[in-house]
Structure formats: structure tokens, C-alpha cells
Design a protein around this ligand. Structure first.
Ligand code: NAD
Length: 354
């Protein structure tokens, strides 16, 4: 049965949902703008093969709303949007498709600003930028905002973990604090290096054996099989790989008083925030703690549009606000009895006038 997207449970009064079909290049894409209340809708473009077109629509609706919340909580002058490009099974991507996608963004006149997401690379962003200025995350000179968001995301998570340890365990040093890290890629690897520098005790896991082995040796960390990382008895479990790991089974396995990491969409469903609280586990809402990368690319875009320069110092001073924001959320959660993810959602909704 055919249903209209505005009857989907994920439709949340999105300001604009556009379907782009370019016959010449074969591009099929959806651009969803959830809110421009705080500024142009910022959010990445995902290049993915979906079994059903309805799955692509759901992703666009859900992820664009998520970007509204994330940008609002990061204090950025940006609304929330997301694009999904519907790839074929072989995920063939052509320069013509990227040009047509760039033209579609340009036609929106700056209401949507794209960036890299799953399936897109920096070179793809450069190709899109030949057709429109409304792109963030382009290569920049050293010392300027922009470029690879991973290290900035890692910095925010590291500061967030320290704030969680201070709040929940009353410890103001990471020396000897045991952190179990799931996924040591761009983000998790960066977090591990920063924590190791502070004397934290690390247990690492990754499905990429050589990668985790090399990092563990470099940092003097322990490793466990990826299937066991959520059970490790530790002070902090830091998920930096997959989403939806905090489901009934995952939460039951946890052996840590704190969950704080960078993976997107960690809670399988909203009620899993309550399940964590029920076990007395302090949760750092994912889109608040992992905002370092979006702060970096948004400041790059805003500076470029205004013909100004933004240095990395400004990015770092904004990232330094993440721990204070988390602490406010946890305090309000304790006062109100709402879970931290609910408190964060409410704060974000208020900021975007919803
Ligand atoms: P990445 O691809 O560089 O690293 C992910 C790592 O996780 C890889 O080393 C991979 O082998 C590992 N992994 C995959 N499945 C695993 C499993 N089952 N168990 C253990 N390890 C597993 O990606 P990234 O950029 O580091 O992103 C990590 C997470 O953070 C993702 O959820 C991403 O959406 C989120 N995130 C990233 C950024 C950023 O700036 N890169 C910003 C916000 C959120």
C-alpha cells in the first residue's frame, strides 16, 4: 500500500522534503529540511543502497530531525537537514550524479548545506562544491576550521568522558580510570589516545584486528574480542562504532556506571534511555557529546560564506563547552526525574521553537 511521507511516524513538521530525480545522470535523492529556525539546515549527504525507497525516506526524515537537535545543542547558527542519495546495489557513483546533486542543493538557495556522511568522501564534496557553495567539510589550510571532523569529534568525547567521571564518580583525574572503547577508528582511536595521555586504563575492541592490535601496543592497552567489549567491568563504556547497541540485551550486559561515546543513535529505541537509568547508568546523550565534528565544519562554512577566517582555536573553545552542557543535562535530569536523553531532546526542541 502506498502511504504519504507526512503520515510516517518520523515526519515531524519538516519544513521541506524534496525528491530529486535526474533522468540524465540517474540520480535519485531526497533532501529533507527539518528546521531552519536557527540558520541554514546543516547535515550530511548519505550515499546508500536501500532495499525499499520508503527506508530512504525514513532515514532522511529521522536523520534531518536529529541534525536539528544536534546543531541546536551545539549552540550553532544552523538548522537541521539531511540528504540521502539512493544508490543501486553496486553503489555506482558518477561525476554526473554528483553534479546533479550539487545543482539541486544550489536551487535551494542556501536553505540546505551539505557535508560528508556514510558513503561519501572528501573528493565527492569537492565535486559537489563545483556546482554550489553550500557545502561544508572541504579541505582547508592547517590552523583553519574545517577538514577531517574525526579529531574534533574525539576531543569533545574525551572532554565529555572526563565530565561524566567527575559527575558520577567524583573523580577529577583520569589517572587509573578504566575505559572500555568499542571501535578504534577515526573517533574511537582519537579518544583512546587522549585518554591514554591522562593515564586512563584502556580496554579496546574493534573488528579490525590489526588496527586494534597496533593501537593497543602503542598505548599499552588491553584488548578483548569485539563480542565481549560491552561486558567489560570498567568505569566507562565508550561506544564509537555502531548505532543501536543500547537495546535490552546490550544494556543488560553492561558492567559500567557510565556510557559516553561518539557513535550516532546509540539508543535502539527511546525507552532504552529509561532502561539505562533503571540500572543506575549515567548516559551522555550521543548527539551532545559527539558534536565536535559538526562544530568544526559549520564554523568553516559560516566563515567562508562571510569571507572571514575561522581558526581552530575558535573550534576548540566551542568544543570546550560540551562538558558543561552535559553536566547541565545530568543535573536537570536528576532534578526532574527525566532521563538525560529526554532532557537533551527537550532543550533542543525549545531552542528550535518546537
Ligand atoms: P570509522 O569508520 O573511522 O571507525 C569505526 C571503527 O569501528 C572501525 O575501526 C571499525 O572496524 C569498528 N567497528 C565496526 N563494527 C564494530 C564492532 N561491531 N565492534 C567493534 N568495532 C567495530 O568511523 P568514525 O568516523 O570513527 O565513526 C565512529 C562512530 O562515530 C560512528 O557511529 C559515526 O557515525 C559516529 N560519529 C563520527 C563522527 C566523526 O567526526 N567522524 C562525528 C559524529 C559521530
Amino acid at each position: 500500500m502506498m502511504t504519504a511521507f507526512w503520515t510516517e511516524p518520523d515526519f515531524d513538521d519538516h519544513e521541506l522534503v524534496e525528491v530529486i530525480r535526474d533522468r540524465a545522470s540517474g540520480l535519485t535523492a531526497i533532501i529533507a529540511i527539518h528546521s531552519t529556525h536557527l540558520g541554514p539546515a546543516g547535515g550530511g549527504a548519505r550515499f546508500w543502497h536501500y532495499a525499499e525507497p520508503a527506508d530512504a525516506m525514513r532515514d532522511a526524515l529521522r536523520l534531518s530531525r536529529g541534525m536539528s537537535y544536534k546543531n541546536a545543542m551545539a549552540g550553532l547558527p544552523a538548522g537541521g537537514g539531511k540528504a540521502v542519495i539512493l544508490a543501486d546495489v553496486a553503489r555506482s557513483k558518477t561525476p554526473e550524479m554528483l553534479s546533479a546533486f550539487g545543482d539541486a542543493i544550489e536551487a535551494l538557495g542556501g536553505r540546505y548545506v551539505t557535508a560528508e556522511d556514510v558513503g561519501m568522501a572528501e573528493a565527492d564534496m569537492a565535486a559537489i562544491a563545483r556546482r554550489t557553495d553550500h557545502v561544508s567539510g572541504l579541505p582547508v589550510e592547517n590552523g583553519s576550521a574545517g577538514g577531517d571532523p574525526g579529531p574534533f569529534t574525539a576531543m569533545g568525547i574525551y572532554l565529555g568522558i572526563k565530565a561524566a567521571v567527575a559527575h558520577r564518580l567524583g573523580r577529577d583525574s583520569m589517572d587509573g580510570v578504566h575505559v572500555a572503547v568499542q571501535g578504534v577508528g577515526s573517533v574511537g582511536g582519537g579518544v583512546s589516545r587522549l585518554l591514554a595521555r591522562d593515564g586512563a586504563r584502556l580496554t579496546l575492541a574493534d573488528i579490525d584486528g590489526p588496527r586494534v592490535g597496533a593501537l593497543a601496543e602503542q598505548l599499552g592497552a588491553a584488548t578483548v574480542d569485539p563480542s565481549r567489549i560491552m561486558e567489560v567491568e570498567c568505569d566507562v563504556f565508550s561506544p564509537n562504532a555502531l548505532g543501536a547497541i543500547l537495546d535490552d540485551a546490550g544494556i543488560a550486559r553492561l558492567n559500567a556506571p557510565i556510557v559516553a561515546g561518539g557513535a550516532n543513535n546509540q539508543l535502539a529505541r527511546p525507552e532504552h534511555g529509561l532502561a539505562l537509568a533503571g540500572r543506575g547508568i549515567l548516559y551522555a546523550p550521543d548527539y551532545v557529546i559527539n558534536a565536535g565534528g559538526i562544530i568544526n565544519v559549520t564554523l568553516e562554512y559560516v566563515a567562508r560564506r562571510n569571507g572571514e577566517h575561522c581558526g581552530v582555536d575558535e573550534v576548540h573553545s566551542r568544543i570546550a563547552q560540551i562538558p558543561g552542557r552535559l553536566t547541565r543535562i545530568w543535573r536537570e535530569s536528576e532534578e526532574s526525574g527525566l532521563t538525560p536523553d529526554m532532557v537533551a531532546d527537550r532543550m533542543a526542541q525549545a531552542s528550535i521553537g518546537r
